[in-house]
Design a protein around this ligand. Structure first.
Ligand code: XMP
Length: 315
């Protein structure tokens, strides 16, 4: 079995000796970066600055939630609003790899700026094993460039430290629970955020649609689970598709967007099985999405593919 306590002690020791100066860490609020931040902060204290980049691509209420979590852990942190920069750079991009690489590059640009101001020479990242395995290691094929791997420019001027590099998600969650980090109960969320759930162009309007749809999927599944009608899946969200289809609204023709619902069970994200959500719940989610976003969405579909052959995210 994975020795959580042992890993925590050892990694604090290694981090103290590997980071002689100031360090910066990107904190998304996800379990990986929160655990990496908590461990590094235990090792080097206020020499660590955690930076949360508000990309404009986050889930509903997420920035305020992350602020609360960072305050709870009691580390040195800053919240940077870079949403305009992200939307500007993503204009016109629909290719998934180009999107991921643009986002990765922008993250690094923002961090480099923050690191310079803080005087940091080290960049701590919450990279875990599936991130670099799936980003291609020279042996395996590149499935998708995870933002914290594929986007790294060669000359970034900071030494990268990755304390969780050899771990899988379930192991990181064990550590989070041991450290008392609240995010251990959150579902996984990709670094490029809602951008990879928006198969259309990444605009504030499209992101708002997918943000609201993701919120509805989460809210309805949590309610259904509380009522004992289903289990909470490992990961569950909505995707905005680039197609339009014909529908009716009142007695008028509509030509609206499609939302796909994705829910999977998995242990570590490497393989996944689609969740057998009861039809009644799916129907409720569908009705709420089309009612809330009458003018945008007129069709909802459920993704019934496992990984492989699909991946969990659509991009
Ligand atoms: P896929 O879509 O490759 O995803 O089956 C496996 C798990 O990883 C998450 N994911 C990411 N996590 N950076 C991350 O930190 C990323 O770029 C990224 N892309 C996908 C995904 O949500 C799933 O849990």
């Amino acid at each position: 079995m994975f020795g959580t306590e042992n890993f925590i002690d050892k990694s604090i020791e290694t981090l103290s000796s590997n980071i002689p100066g100031k360090a910066i860490i990107a904190c998304s609020g996800g379990v990986d970066s929160m655990v990496a931040a908590a461990l590094t902060s235990k090792a080097i204290g206020s020499r660590l600055l955690a930076v949360y980049v508000d990309t404009g691509l986050m889930r509903k209420g997420e920035t305020e939630e992350v602020r609360g979590m960072l305050e709870e852990i009691g580390i040195n942190f800053r919240i940077v609003d870079a949403s305009e920069e992200f939307f500007d750079s993503l204009k016109g991009i629909t290719d998934p790899e180009q999107k991921r690489k643009t986002i990765g590059g922008l993250f690094i640009k923002v961090f480099e700026r923050e690191a310079k101001e803080f005087g940091s020479k080290y960049l701590v990242q919450g990279t875990i094993a599936p991130d670099w395995i799936e980003s291609g290691d020279g042996v395996r094929d590149t499935i998708k460039s995870h933002h914290n791997v594929g986007g790294l420019p060669k000359e970034m001027g900071m030494t990268v430290v990755e304390p969780l590099r050899d771990l899988y998600k379930d192991e990181v969650r064990d550590i989070a629970r041991t450290l008392g980090i609240r995010s251990s109960e959150r579902q996984p969320f990709p670094g490029p955020a809602l951008a990879v759930r928006c198969l259309a162009e990444v605009t504030p309007e499209n992101i708002e649609v997918v943000r609201e749809a993701c919120f509805i999927v989460e809210d309805e599944l949590k309610k259904a689970a509380e009522e004992g009608k289903t289990e909470i899946p490992w990961q569950y969200f909505a995707v905005l598709l680039p197609t339009r289809s014909v529908g009716v609204q009142g007695d008028r023709r509509a030509y609206g967007r499609t939302i796909a619902i994705r829910a999977v069970s998995s242990a570590d994200g490497m393989t996944a099985t689609y969740s057998r959500i009861p039809m009644e719940i799916l129907g409720k989610i569908s009705a709420r999405i089309t009612n809330t976003m009458k003018d945008q969405v007129n069709r909802v579909v459920y993704d019934i593919t496992d990984k492989p052959p699909a991946t969990i995210e659509w991009e």
